[in-house]
Design a protein around this ligand. Structure first.
Ligand code: SAM
Length: 157
């Protein structure tokens, strides 16, 4: 099935190239940016400001050809793509939980982000601990991963 979505907004970010951009919000060291939600969707931001974090679903528009086995940023071995958060994917959707700073009209200010400037936004959802957080978890290959990098290199061109 082919699925077609239209973006609801765009990310404004201090990051302009993939290499050097944080690999996840948890490693973004407070990087600030904003989501400009297109006016036609702005009413949908009502009541969002009460949440401390939001889930951003974005189209990783600079992603290129994917491979089904990749060496993730935090490892040195090939791993199955779907066991990683690598940006080059059959459907290059990025999912990030970011800090919500403020909502002013159609502008959502955020902190701790890992998206490039100009990234199209597909959806915004509130992060809810009860729904989205688990206590008994396993982290697969990441439990043994030694790499400690905070930012991307150019392995995913
Ligand atoms: C490892 S991905 C993780 C994205 C998201 N947090 C996730 O887990 O789905 C983050 C990296 O994707 C790359 N990236 C960010 N925005 C992008 C975009 N619009 N197009 C292509 N690559 C992007 C950057 O190199 C960044 O370091």
């Amino acid at each position: 099935m082919n699925v077609e979505y239209s973006s609801i907004g765009v990310v404004h970010s201090p990051f302009h190239q993939r290499a050097g951009t944080p690999i996840q919000p948890s490693r973004a060291k407070g990087a600030r940016g904003e989501v400009e939600v297109f006016q036609e969707y702005a009413d949908g931001l009502n009541d969002l400001e009460g949440f401390s974090h939001i889930i951003l679903l974005c189209h990783l528009h600079h992603s290129t050809d994917y491979r089904l086995k990749v060496v993730p940023f935090l490892d040195t071995e090939l791993r199955g793509l779907f066991a990683t958060r690598a940006p080059n994917r059959p459907n290059p959707i990025g999912l990030s939980v970011v800090d919500l700073v403020s909502v002013d009209g159609n502008i959502v200010k955020i902190r701790n982000m890992d998206f490039l400037d100009g990234t199209p936004v597909l959806d915004i959802k509130p992060y809810v601990g009860e729904f989205d957080s688990r206590t008994e978890v396993r982290f697969g290959w990441l439990e043994a991963a030694r790499a400690r990098t905070n930012v991307a290199d150019d392995r995913f061109k």
